[in-house]
Design a protein around this ligand. Sequence first.
Ligand SMILES: Nc1ncnc2c1ncn2[C@@H]1O[C@H](COP(=O)(O)OP(=O)(O)OP(=O)(O)O)[C@@H](O)[C@H]1O
Length: 637
Amino acid sequence: MATGNINVTAENIFPIIKKFLYSDHEIFLRELISNATDATLKLKHLSTLGEVKGDIGEPRLEVIVDKDNKQIRIIDQGIGMTGEEVEKYINQVAFSGAEEFVEKYKDKVPDSGIIGHFGLGFYSAFMVAEKVEIYTKSYKEDSKAVRWECDGSPQYTLEETDRTERGTEIVLHIAEDSEEFLDEAKIGGLLSKYNKFMPIPIKFGTKEVNDPSHTPETTTDKDGKETTEPHRQITVDSIINNPNPAWTKQPSELEEEDYKSFYRELYPMQFEEPLFNIHLNVDYPFNLTGILYFPKLTQNMDPQKDKIQLYQNQVFVTDNVEGIVPDFLQMLRGVIDSPDIPLNVSRSYLQADGAVKKISSYITRKVADKLASLFKNDRKAFEEKWNDIKIIIEYGMLSEDKFFEKADKFALYPTVGGEHFIWNELVEKIKDAQTDKDGKTIVLYASDAKAQHSYIEDAKAKGYEVLLLDSPIVSHLIQKLETSKENISFVRVDGDHIDNLIKKDDNKISKLSEDEQTKLKEVLEGSIPKETYTVQLEAMDSSANPFIITQPEFMRRMKEMQATGGGGMMGMGNFPDMYNLVVNTNSDLVGEILNTKTAKKQERLIKQTFDLAKLSQNLLHGEELTNFIKRSYELIK
Ligand SMILES: Nc1ncnc2c1ncn2[C@@H]1O[C@H](COP(=O)(O)OP(=O)(O)OP(=O)(O)O)[C@@H](O)[C@H]1O
């Protein structure tokens, strides 16, 4: 037996480790299982090189919670260690890692997000254990099994032991303040959080299953009633992980159904199927695999739940992928696995890191390429999914210039009639009819097909296309399209009278003389509230409505952009709503208003016509609506 002093400068680093990692004690299990997995993968590798004698079988790990003896044991059948290796790796290497950690963090406020990702390794065992034993036997021929023991002080014991199997068993004697970890359900939960997709099978307890070698017999009694005996149950080892998750396979090995069933495995509480998936697979200049899913976005979706999960070599790290996955894709679900993402750094450093930037733009590119190919291969299916994916795509177009450029190939512009165009098709379709006298192509759009119905009909009557753009961020997107595409301008269909939205040269002649027009304007301005409405006389078709209320595009858009955050003009959000009252000087009714003899009748006609215009814009409410209804009854009496 040998005893010795672990070479540390700090008198006793364990209390420090405990203190610093207070919020993250649970990572000990992930660290020890990672070590056990590494040892097993190394053994498998050496075996393929012919350096291990005999057949290694199907090595696996086992985790045992022994509440009575206050122990947790982690057992592997990996390469094991010789006595010298324990000296070297556990007493020196592992300790220097722990010491380095303490050095680095002792003066800092711990950020659990970062510390949890620091590979503290073997010594994290002391966060929960008052004493740790290692029983280990190396795969090397003639090596003797050893037992190492340490109670958290710098002193350790190392001696030979009679273990015969290859591999390592770590015995944690759980400290009094960590007894919560002796709860099987707690350990089960941690295993499924961190180790659900580790590459080596992990046994944790047993479970009852139907005996596959037994077929229950069905008997028929004298009355012809059938009875089937219950399945025979057998007890089998419970393996808590799937060592070969879908993302570790090649896309060519997987069918659509495999992707769907992996989605269910990742998010067992999700009942909605994903819309489609993107398989990520790259070796150079960084290593990254993964599968991303476009979920069906629903009203009551909780963005904190079922997020993208980040793994490193199949070990769960976090579901906070900020900085690694571009913001607009954080609504996606799935898995990313990359050993190349530095995790023991702060988020701001992460965002500035070159490799991470490359990863983020790779993901953006892959998503754009996938969308383009989905559109190309099955346009109809893509159009059907548009409503579910447009928010993500539009957000991406706004936030990532590269994505914006690529989106010309798949971003859809739907019309109120249910057709879908990509950008070039749209411009081609409208350019002849909808180019104004200054050579600008005007894109007309509605945000609500029902509320803006009469305006849409007016536009259609002229042979114009009207888009239906109803996402919350649409005003930002329009602004971006106007600045990046040449000679294009968007106007909402109720922004003005249709002849003013797309101004052509043919000026209509007004039936009213200059004098009559001045008089009409005076009369109207006397009855229409000036603070909100600007009276604007227009010579239109005599069949067009006499009064039309419009909201100037610029004002409305600025207010909308403010409401959805950023972009708009400061202070616009608190501005009162401003409208134009467009008056058709060629309408017979307008002529009648002008020529009515009594002021009282004139006032009544103006009020009634104005209320009707408001009604068609859904602007008539409360007392005004009550008065309108009263007045209407009077009129038809
Ligand atoms: N179960 C095990 N079987 C065989 N060797 C092991 C086992 N656990 C630990 N070791 C050895 O001890 C060394 C130190 O382990 P430790 O976990 O502290 O650091 P690490 O795994 O090298 O790095 P990290 O800090 O990322 O965890 C390992 O590199 C390995 O050689």
